[in-house]
Design a protein around this ligand. Structure first.
Ligand code: M6R
Length: 609
């Protein structure tokens, strides 16, 4: 939550333009206020306000700020409403320094009280502003060339909480100072320009050379060099080359990132299924060795994890498997010991609820496998085995291609488990894998092509509704849950998913004529009962939208049907059946006049509890 970027360059150029374009690429992390500060001829310049980047830059042309060192921030408010004074960057009393911050300073109230007693004047309600005054206070007793970094480190020692911080100071005007604890920060390296940002796409158009700043590390960037330290000792940076392209972080002609990302699913699935076999085998080994498995995730990633639960449970019927929503981890922590294998699923690899659970599980001796999309993010770094979805950057706040690729990777893992359990011949197994790897992207492509227009029409039809239900049974339940989450989070139509059999225990009470009921009915053992449950809804006037195969009975009894091509494996179903639901949600948001890429009150990466 919150996007930060910092740039320092030796080039005779103003960094404000680059910072503004970087902020646009980080906007998915928060978009309620935005700001920028540069140092020009030893003076701080700042522009900031509440609103999106486009709204604010219309009023304050960020690109006119001069200077070759600067920082920027796009905010998702935690402390204090989205207003001009609460927007970052935040300054000290004398406007000598500016900070931007992503995270939460837990002890900010006591620090603020103390600093006020010392005479500091606060202008905002944020937790971040204490950082600026704390550094200012520590700087008073420092002198010499390293005074700023020393003051910064002393200030960091006094704060509790989570942070990614970038700092600029007029006393050292070409440097950027960074610190990280539990919120992401990546450094970008170009000859005479250095970048720091919450996420790689912010600087991808300038460089593919990156260094991940790790927890507890503090760094100084000059235009020529990167200096990292931890606990007072120098750390050798480990640069890597980013495989994502700059184009992959752009809309490429699509009106929204979400629609582009829906359309990217076939290729994302194909890439993801070309797996690192060593990692898959190691993950399989950990799963077999453990005496219980916990699948841990949040939001859409939890729905993928739940799909994994149904797949694994079918294979490992004697091993306890628990799908757990990450923010509820504490309730289950007594289950975790050194014989537990935790499979964490997270697109960003930074979700704090998941991180907290994993940190506690690691202390208990559990072995961690992770599935993430962002390479080398915090969750993979806590893991014994890291598997990656190769979906490329996902900018739309609503997860689409990262969800289906998570499900595909879990299915691939399930196939590997099955191979070991069933004693398939290697030849037989490799033919199963290559069929699966070819079928998944091709079905995804067909589903998109055959259902997009219909999705758009249906979205228009249901757009005046305020409520909807999503029904499924058994292993199809995560599809319904994901469909409901998608619809509610971007179109703001209230959507509820539940096992179809539960309808009669309460939910059916509010069904009335035209109430949209989405019925997930693949060709499997749940079909018959789904039909009855759907009929019950229809009898009360429900508008039945079935996501189904070529079953004439289901189609005949539905008001609308989305037909999904049949596949050779039930493992494909949670991928192919969720795609029309993504498209319906997208078009419903657009039809209702909302920006699906930036749903209100949400941010892509959730780094608060
Ligand atoms: O980065 P993660 O996959 O850990 O994020 C988890 C959730 O915050 C995320 O899936 C969220 O539910 C999205 N809004 C889904 O579209």
């Amino acid at each position: 939550m919150c996007g930060i970027i910092a740039i320092t360059t030796r080039k005779k150029t103003n960094v404000s333009k680059m910072i503004t374009s970087g902020l646009k690429r980080l906007e998915y992390r928060g978009y309620d206020s935005v700001g920028i500060a540069t140092i020009n001829e030893g003076q701080i310049q700042i522009m900031k306000d509440a609103g999106t980047i486009d709204q604010v830059t219309r009023k304050y042309p960020f690109e006119t700020l001069q200077g070759s060192t600067g920082i920027g921030h796009t905010r998702w408010a935690t402390h204090g409403p989205p207003t001009k004074i609460n927007a970052h960057p935040h300054a000290d009393c004398s406007n000598s320094l500016m900070v931007v911050h992503n995270g939460i300073i837990d002890n900010y109230l006591s620090l603020r009280k103390e600093l006020k007693k010392q005479g500091h004047i606060f202008t905002s309600e944020t937790d971040t502003e204490v950082l600026a005054h704390l550094i200012e206070e520590e700087f008073k007793s420092e002198e010499g060339p390293d005074a700023v970094i020393r003051a910064f480190k002393k200030a960091l020692a006094k704060i509790e909480g989570t942070y990614a911080i970038t700092l600029i100071h007029t006393a050292d005007p070409t440097k950027i100072f960074l610190a990280r604890k539990d919120s992401p920060l990546v450094i970008g390296v170009q000859d005479d320009t250095k970048f720091a940002a919450s996420d790689i796409p912010a600087f991808l158009e300038y460089t593919k050379n990156a260094i991940v700043l790790k927890n507890g590390e503090v760094a100084t960037l000059t235009p020529e060099a990167v200096y990292i330290e931890k606990n007072g000792f120098r750390v050798q940076p480990k640069p890597f080359i980013v495989s994502w392209t700059a184009e992959s972080a752009q809309k490429s002609g699509y009106p929204h990132f979400m629609l582009k990302e829906i359309h990217e699913q076939p290729i994302a699935l194909q890439n993801t299924l070309s797996v690192n076999i060593n990692a898959i085998e190691e993950a399989t080994k950990q799963i077999f060795e453990a005496d219980k498995i916990i699948l841990l995730a949040a939001g859409t990633s939890y729905h993928a994890a739940l799909t994994g639960y149904y797949q694994f449970q079918r294979l490992l019927s004697k091993k306890p498997i628990y799908p757990i929503i990450a923010s509820e981890y504490d309730t289950y922590q007594q289950l975790v010991d050194e014989n537990t294998c935790i499979l964490a699923v997270s697109q960003s690899g930074e979700t704090l609820d998941v991180m907290k659970g994993l940190t506690s599980a690691r202390k208990a001796g559990a072995k961690i496998i992770s599935i993430a999309n962002v390479i080398d993010s915090s969750i993979p770094r806590l893991s014994k085995v890291s598997l990656y979805t190769k979906a490329g950057p996902e900018i739309g706040v609503a997860a689409t291609k990262t969800h289906t690729t998570q499900v595909a990777l879990l299915a691939r893992l399930a196939l590997q488990l099955e191979y070991s359990l069933e004693g398939w011949l290697e030849k037989e197994f490799s033919s199963i894998i290559s069929n699966f790897s070819a079928e998944v992207p091709s079905i995804a492509r067909a589903v998109i092509t055959q259902n997009e227009l219909k999705s758009k029409q249906l979205a228009a039809h249901i757009s005046n509704q305020n409520h909807s239900y999503f029904l499924a049974r058994g292993r199809n339940l995560p599809i319904a849950m994901e469909g409901a989450l998608k619809l509610k989070e971007i179109s703001y139509i209230h959507a509820e998913a539940f096992p179809a059999g539960e309808s009669k225990h309460g939910p059916i009470a509010i069904v009335e004529p035209n109430f949209p009921v989405f019925v997930i009915s693949p060709k499997d053992e749940t079909g018959k009962k789904m039909l009855s449950n759907s009929e019950e809804m229809k009898a009360r006037g429900g508008y039945i939208v079935s996501i189904t195969h070529k079953d004439q009975e289901v189609v005949k009894r539905s008001d609308q049907s989305f037909l999904i091509p049949e596949s050779s494996s039930h493992l494909v179903t949670p991928i192919s059946y969720v795609i029309p639901l993504q498209m319906i949600s997208y078009y419903a948001a657009v039809h209702r006049g909302f920006d699906p890429d930036k749903p209100k009150n949400l941010a892509k990466t959730v780094t608060v509890e």
